[in-house]
Design a protein around this ligand. Structure first.
Ligand SMILES: [Zn+2]
Length: 336
């Protein structure tokens, strides 16, 4: 989590944190080569080996979904044809994605709900995206234990939120006081350490409590959050990723190709994640020499950027992020 600068006066940027829950297994791949037992591996944090969703993936799909949302909000308005416009001469314009025609298909207007937050680069004008997306990281990871499902986290993860806690090596510590003295993950048995449980209202400290969308799962996970040492946190996650096997189909025969069985891993359903978006104040930027406006009269501000980004984030719970989403994967519910 990034902190805003503390000085008084107008801030040139503002970080906002979003929480999200995987509704399906999520596979954001690394390009698909075989590493160990899995053919298609997912993106990971290099230092900890903990899986993540790269900020570029979140930004990319959100851009497309914002364009879809804006266009569908007012399909008759030519200014709102953000997702796709087909001109009379057959030329396609789109503010989604990388832009048709090598970026020239982005409209690049100073009032564009897509090009301003996500950026564009045309031959004669460009602007960096005023919304900067950071990686989505795992906050609480669901694991099956002999007690049923529990959600694990680690001191480093909680430290990102300014929450200090300790856990002894090879032991676990609980978020709320619990009578449970051992956690059995099948191959790994951990005993409870002597660290004092965190103040029970950790969800409050995380500002997660009361987040719309979190309320339905909160009672289920609230008393089942356990803190593992960082090294075991990574290990238990990597041993509990969803690994699926699929088979490639030969398009000519419609039958399975021989030797085409492949496996892919994914962040499992019910994982709770978080990510930051830093919004740069549009008043410090120009598109060509034009001020950035939300409409004919008003200058754009950080809230306008966030509103447009949220339109896209909202679609992620239906349309998903990452690959294999025709195989029932990828939906991420962002709590907004
Ligand atoms: Zn545009």
């Amino acid at each position: 989590m990034t902190e805003a600068p503390a000085e008084t006066g107008q801030k040139p940027f503002e970080p906002r944190t979003y929480f999200a829950m995987a509704l399906d297994p999520i596979h954001v791949g690394t390009g698909g080569y075989r590493l160990g037992r899995v053919d298609n591996t997912i993106a990971r944090e290099p230092g900890t080996n903990v899986p993540k969703i790269p900020g570029s993936s979140i930004s990319g799909v959100t851009r497309t979904y914002t364009a879809m949302a804006v266009q569908s909000s007012d399909p008759a308005n030519e200014k709102k044809m953000k997702f796709q416009t087909i001109r009379e001469n057959g030329v396609v314009d789109s503010c989604a994605g990388k832009g048709a025609r090598d970026g020239e298909g982005h409209c690049g207007k100073a009032y564009c709900e897509v090009c301003v937050p996500f950026g564009f680069s045309k031959k004669n004008s460009s602007i960096q995206g005023l919304a900067q997306f950071f990686d989505a990281r795992i906050l609480f990871f669901p694991v099956y234990s002999m007690l049923g499902p529990v959600w694990i986290t680690s001191p480093t993860v909680l430290a990102s939120f300014g929450i200090e806690c300790s856990v002894e090596p090879e032991k676990f510590s609980a978020v709320t006081s619990t009578t449970i003295t051992a956690l059995n993950f099948g191959w790994l048995m951990l005993e409870k350490g002597s660290a004092t449980p965190l103040d029970p209202n950790i969800l409050d400290q995380l500002k997660l409590e009361g987040q719309p969308g979190f309320n339905s799962i909160q009672p289920i996970i609230k008393d089942k959050i356990y803190i593992l040492p960082d090294n075991l946190f990574s290990q238990v996650i990597n041993d509990n990723l969803e690994v699926r096997t699929s088979v490639a189909i030969d398009p000519a025969t419609g039958a399975a190709e021989s030797g085409a069985l492949f496996t892919y891993e994914a962040i499992p359903r019910a994982t709770i994640m978080w990510f930051d978006v830093v919004y740069n104040d549009p008043k410090y930027f120009r598109v060509d020499s034009n001020e950035i406006k939300k409409n004919d009269k008003e200058l754009a501000d950080i809230d306008w950027l966030e509103t447009n980004v949220k339109l896209g984030l909202k679609f992620m719970e239906s349309l998903g992020v990452g690959g294999m989403n025709t195989r029932g994967m990828g939906r991420l519910k962002v709590f907004i």
